[in-house]
Each structure stands twice: as structure tokens, then as C-alpha cells.
Ligand binder design. Sequence first.
Ligand SMILES: [Zn+2]
Length: 403
Amino acid sequence: MANHLVGSFQLMKSLNKTLILNVIRTDGPISRAEIAKKTNLTPPTVTNIVSELISSGLVIERNLGESKGGRKPIMLTINTSAFHVVGVDVGSRQISIVVTDLNASVFESHQVDLPHPLSEGRFMTLLKNGIRTVMDKPLKEGSIVGIGIGMHGLVNPDKGVAIFAPNLNLRNMALREQLEAEFHVPVEVDNDVRAMALGESWFGNGRGIDNFICVNVGNGVGAGIILDQKLFRGASFTAGEVGHTTVDPDGPPCTCGNNGCLQTLVSGPAVAARAREQIQAGRSSVLEGKDITGEAIYHAALEGDALALDILRQTGRYLGIGLANLINTLNPERVIVGGGVAKAAQFIMGPLKDTVAARALDTPARSTTIVTAKLGDQATVIGAVTLVLRKLFTPEYSQSDVS
Ligand SMILES: [Zn+2]
């Protein structure tokens, strides 16, 4: 079965096959006649290609069409549960791995903690062992169609190389080459935030939206930008590094060497540092004497702690400045906020939206909705799965990354 489907990646290089497969995915259950109408292909072409898709196991027939007086038409759907995808989210401290079906429904997950410091050899061993743990489960034997990696840091998606992962201090890792040699399935790699944006566009709050920005605020800050249905990567794959845009020139020092970058004001560690400073300066809080993290501040805010509430509102305002700049530059229909900060949405989103309304130009601000990521904690790992699904369901030479 696996060889069958690995072969079908090549098979999909035929535009007509991909076209039909994608129509079945988005509009199924659907009859052969309807497919012919939607694709403008001739009925014999549709019949031939559908036969190939059925024999590859990707498509199945179901008898649930509406009867119009005569025989019930045979309907086609994607055989979503027959094949599986491995999605991997490589963060600064942890690797998260899931196995999903072709609908990105998760039914297996596994986490691996990353020690620091970390050599490339040790990292690759932990990554391979983690993936093997989920792939070895009996149900999935031979059914994995690919592995998608959402990788922290700078990534060359064309070559499948992690160019630089600053928080792991690792460079130039040939992830695709090494993992394809190990697991013998196609491997797709992209930056974690771009993967997140792709996942939200297929399965989350970006569905059906041509222009949106997905901003991830966690230990760092980055954005995945979808313009005209296309993931925008930039000239050297660094588009979306909004964490290093200046919000306060006199602000805290940043790892990039500048001062007052957005991420020095809104990332988890930055928010925690601000709370610590204010407590040291004598402000009282339930956080006093505790291990202060972004999450601890959120819990303190839930208890009504005044310092925690102030810190989160201020974070919303800073993030609002960053988003207003993005909205003025790109005029998106929607901004999706994901990562740790999204959990504190009830405290952050109000001041954030007020700041955007005050600072962005009226026209783009009015046409932009700001929401949190639908896929929550799993946004990146589902995005990693989507890297594989995109390869399977959309033609190589398509002008579109989204469904
Ligand atoms: Zn910076």
C-alpha cells in the first residue's frame, strides 16, 4: 500500500488527476458526472482517472447519491482513514509529533523534550526516534504517505534544509535528505509559522480567505503570510520575521542586536521579564516569590491580580502596534493570532483591537478581522501535516497553496 501511494505522488504530477482528486476532496461525495461538469474534462477521461485513483486506494465508491427516478448514482469520496500523515513541530524546547488521517484528524501523538545544549547528531537521533515511536504503531504499518516538519527558525523549504535554528543553536541540517533516507516516505519541511498559516488555511480560521496573516506569539514572534492564496516566503525565506520589527527604539535589547523589537515586548519570556522587574521595583502581586512565566501571569490575571492584568493589557497594546504596521503594509482580510499568547485572549484581544483601530488606517483596519487560531496548541503540528497534504492534493505547478 505504501509503495502504491508513494508512487501516487508521481501520479499526481498529472494535472488532471490532481484536479479530480482535489474536487473529490473539497466537494465529495460527488458523482463522476458532476466531476466532469466541474472540471470540464470529458466523461471517459474522468472515468479512467477515477479508476486509477480507486486502485491506488485514495478514493472509494459509496452508494449514497440522490435517486432521480432511476439508478442511484455512485458517489466518490476520499478514503481519508486508509492513509496517514506524520506531522512534526520542532520548537525550542520540545518536538511534538502526531499521526493523522487525510483529514488531519489526530489519533496518535507523542512529545520529545529537547536538552540544551544540543548537538546535531543528538537532535537527529531524538527526532528519528520520536517519529519511529508513532510510525511503529501496528495500525499504521505501510499507510504513511509522508512526513511534514514545521521547523523553528530559518528554513529552505525547496531543499528541506533547516538553515538556522537560533534557539537550538543548530545550522544547515538536511532534514528532508536524512529523514527520507531513514523512513522511505516523502518529507516536506517549512518554517513553523508558515506551516501554522497553511494549517489554519486548510483546517482553521483561514479557510476560504485569500489574504491573511497568521502571527505566532510564543517564545519568539513570527508571521506566516498568505497573499492571493499563496504562502509568501520572501527572497531568502525570511518573510514574516515581524518579531524583529522595531516597536520601541529605546526598548529592551533583542537577540538580533537591536533594541525594542516586537518580540522583546510581547513574547512569553519578555512578558515574564516585565512582571519580574515590576515586582522587584516593589509592586505587589500574587506572583511574588513564584516562578514567573507567561502562563503563570495568565493564571494570576484569572485570579484578578492587578499587576498581571496590567502586564497582559500592555502586551495587547504592543502587539496591536505590531499588527497595525502589518495591516497598513499588507491590507489582509484577517489576522490570526496563535501561540501561547492566544490563551490569554480574554485579557489581550480588547486592548489589541483598540490599538489597531487607533493606529491602522481606517480603510484597512475596517476590512481586517482579528481572531485567535482555531487549531490552538496543535496549529503548527497540523500545519506540518498540511505540508504533506498540499503536496498530495494540489498540483506542483499550481498557483495556489490553499484549498
Ligand atoms: Zn530583534
